[in-house]
Design a protein around this ligand. Sequence first.
Ligand code: 1CP
Length: 341
Amino acid sequence: MVFIRACFRQKTPYTPIWMMRQAGRYLSEYKEIRSQAKNFLDLCSRVDLATQITLQPIDILDVDAAILFSDILVIPYEMGLDLEFIHGFGPRFNHIINNEESLKSLKTGIQHKLGYVYDTISCVRKNLSNDKALIGFSGAPWTLATYMIEGHGTKNYYKSKKMLYTNPILLDRLLEILSNEIKQYLSLQIQAGVNAIMLFDSWANALEESQYLAFGWKYLRDIASYIKHEYPNIPIIIFPRGVGAYLEKLYGDFDVLGIDWQISMQEAKHKVGNRFVLQGNLEPARLYDYDSMRQGVEVILNAMRNRGHIFNLGHGMIEDLPRDNAIALVRLVRELSSQFC
Ligand code: 1CP
């Protein structure tokens, strides 16, 4: 698999590409299947539907890797926090973690409740061609904790930060519990057949550097070391979003570092040096216009010549991006990168 070879810095005939949120509302095929489910969580738990959605970007875009169709929030949901996805608003939990008692009421050992995820993985793997990789994933402890403390997505993270500064022991305990659940969840995803795993720390940018290193990165590193030790042949991708200012301080036992679009790949490369393959980082909004997209691709591929690289967007696909440009992006990256791989 070209994607897996690239994760391990082996030579590839071109730069592999996949896109964060490559399944979703910008594809009419996704909307069609989504309409068959009662709601978003039902969609995630219906093995037949989740399998079809996972495979859509392979058929439509011809990307090098499929990513399991699910959501990072199935972990807090299965831990007992009631969850709804509201169109136009996003996820909303009806209970939150705000004291000792609420923390104690969380269920653990939830990896065993996520059987529908492992069944989807085996079903996708059976239907996916051997040259395409399947990526499994989890949210990182800090990002999951923000949803559990705030109850929904937020712009300011005040409740989470208040807990960090007024009751760091409670926050640490929540992060520790989540880390243990994530280790087991990812292990079972690997046993079910994923070829690589990715940890999304989408809200790493909410914290100042010292606090992110202490409350976010510390737990990511610990999960990565555990998985690397247990499953050395499975590449690990880490995506801490918004930490470009201190990329040079990130060390750990993982293979690929995801770079968001707020820093150039040129600068990221200088900060990271020769550690890790880099994944990224086209600004997704460039896909609104073909010429802007092409210009962005050329800058990234030039910066990453002769250096371990997986092409991706610098964050997720946007709902109304033209699918034709997404298809053209895959062709373009393959064509241009094969000239100097
Ligand atoms: O039909 C719909 O409207 C649902 C939209 C949707 C989709 C397609 C949600 C709700 N989740 C997903 C799938 C999803 N989420 C995948 C698998 C498919 C793929 O990537 O192709 C993955 C890997 C995720 C991961 C995820 N969920 C993250 C981390 C990545 C990132 O985007 O930063 C986060 C933060 C979430 C939470 C979430 N789930 C859904 C929404 C709208 C949100 C974001 C809410 C917010 O902004 O706080």
